[in-house]
Design a protein around this ligand. Sequence first.
Ligand SMILES: NC(=O)c1ccc[n+]([C@@H]2O[C@H](COP(=O)([O-])OP(=O)(O)OC[C@H]3O[C@@H](n4cnc5c(N)ncnc54)[C@H](O)[C@@H]3O)[C@@H](O)[C@H]2O)c1
Length: 252
Amino acid sequence: MRLSGRIVLVTGAAGGIGRAVALCFAGEGAVVVVSDINAAGCSETLELIEGAGGSGCSLLADVMHESAIRLLYRQIMDRFGKLDSVVNIAGGDCEPAADVEEIDYVRMSANLDLNLKSCILSCREAARVMKPQGFGRIVNMSSLVYRGSPNQFSYSAAKGGIYAFTRSLALSLGCYGITVNALAPALVEVPAFVRALGPERWEMLRKDCAGRYPLGRVATPDDVARCALFLASDDAAFITGQILEISGGARL
Ligand SMILES: NC(=O)c1ccc[n+]([C@@H]2O[C@H](COP(=O)([O-])OP(=O)(O)OC[C@H]3O[C@@H](n4cnc5c(N)ncnc54)[C@H](O)[C@@H]3O)[C@@H](O)[C@H]2O)c1
């Protein structure tokens, strides 16, 4: 058990990747705080954790609101008195496939709020808790689009911002025994994607990407969860400020 006794917060834990991370961490002995804006999805994730013999609790929070993030951390500290790891996964593209001339102020702002500002604010609260502990493992969710992606302007800017922020935070928190790293997956097969595109368009996208990725397939949520586990575990004790591309070799 690589995370025995650890208290871990996973945001976006009702979603495809977040649920896989929550289950994977619980399977390694962590007590997982499952957080999301989706109450029913959180309950399902918690049921799956408990059904597999793990433990955790569910705390709802809308990460678009600073006060909700503050409250989330306060609730965790009231309940557990410590927080060893946070995996900031909540996010998504609020402005997919817009021509540059069509960038919409509201959607652009939503992308920055949901993906970038939420991560910064969550890390701020985590640092407040972890610095006095002298220990912490922070894992942020970027995306392979951090390198740039046609017609994904505000989303790629947010995910690129996460990379720059992760490096800056790693520089500041290393001396407190806190590591900060980021994940950058290429396409991951999650139910939300399949639902949003419909089976036919999803299948076209999946085939197109699989054909371009050297490993010949798209990622699964478990591929991502195992990388998050590595970065949160003692195996990665001397790794900080890194972005881990989970891409099947895409864009080498
Ligand atoms: N699926 C992919 O191909 C892929 C690739 C690279 C990066 N990512 C990133 O991985 C993360 C997880 O995405 P996913 O693919 O599992 O999608 P998903 O839609 O299944 O999960 C996203 C989760 O975030 C939650 N969420 C959305 N807004 C929120 C808010 N305001 N407050 C709290 N929670 C909120 C949703 O309810 C959902 O459970 C996202 O940050 C996404 O940008 C996904």
